[in-house]
Design a protein. Structure first.
Length: 203
């Protein structure tokens, strides 16, 4: 277990020592260990994490300090919709939380060439995951974007009662993207969902 001095040393000079880059296959095992040490995140096999780091490298980001993996965001462009970036999982080492690292990783990721076609970001979040809701709500404010929440997978219907509901959160437009098609998209979506004027969230 880290002592208080160890913890201080781990977070000292955070800005100068932080490296953000696309993941490599050699990050897969370390990603698996990081997620395992970060409950209640869903764990995957090491093989799955290896594939994430290799097949989805251009749409994911690894955060390292002194070559040690301390944060990771996995994402991909939807196979049938290159304008939509799905964020699969966000994980930050417990010792490095509270520094805005997750937000920094997401801002870095949406500015990369591999995600330049994406005009909206989507992710799924369980109702009680306040850290994730706060992160994405804060991003939406920073980006002057429109967040909309709707049911994605239901506890009983899709998970046989073994997992909490998952809500789909959409945020658009992403920074430095044309807004014309996004405005049209949300106009259609609001009409379909019958959102009252001025209501930002579907509860």
């Amino acid at each position: 277990m880290n002592t208080r001095n160890d913890l201080f040393e781990d977070t000292l000079e955070f800005e100068d020592r932080l490296e953000l880059r696309h993941p490599r296959a050699t990050d897969g095992f370390h990603l698996n260990q990081l997620v395992t040490a970060s409950p209640p995140l869903d764990t995957n096999s090491v093989y799955c994490n290896l594939l994430q780091c290799q097949h989805f490298a251009d749409t994911s980001v690894a955060a390292l300090i002194d070559k040690r993996l301390i944060g990771f965001i996995s994402g991909y462009l939807l196979p049938n919709d290159a304008e939509t970036l799905f964020i699969w999982q966000v994980v930050v080492d417990a010792k490095f939380r509270g520094h805005g690292l997750a937000k920094r990783m997401l801002n870095w990721l949406v500015a990369q060439p591999g995600t330049e076609s994406a005009r909206q970001l989507i992710t799924s979040i369980t109702p009680d995951n306040r850290a994730s809701w706060s992160l994405f709500e804060s991003l939406a404010r920073d980006w002057h974007a429109q967040p909309i929440k709707e049911m994605l997978f239901e506890r009983e219907r899709h998970f046989a009662g073994q997992h909490d509901d998952e809500y789909l959160l959409r945020i658009a437009p992403l920074p430095d993207r044309p807004q014309d098609s996004i405005a049209h998209f949300y106009s259609d979506l609001r009409s379909r969902l019958r959102l009252p004027p001025g209501k930002r969230w579907l509860e």
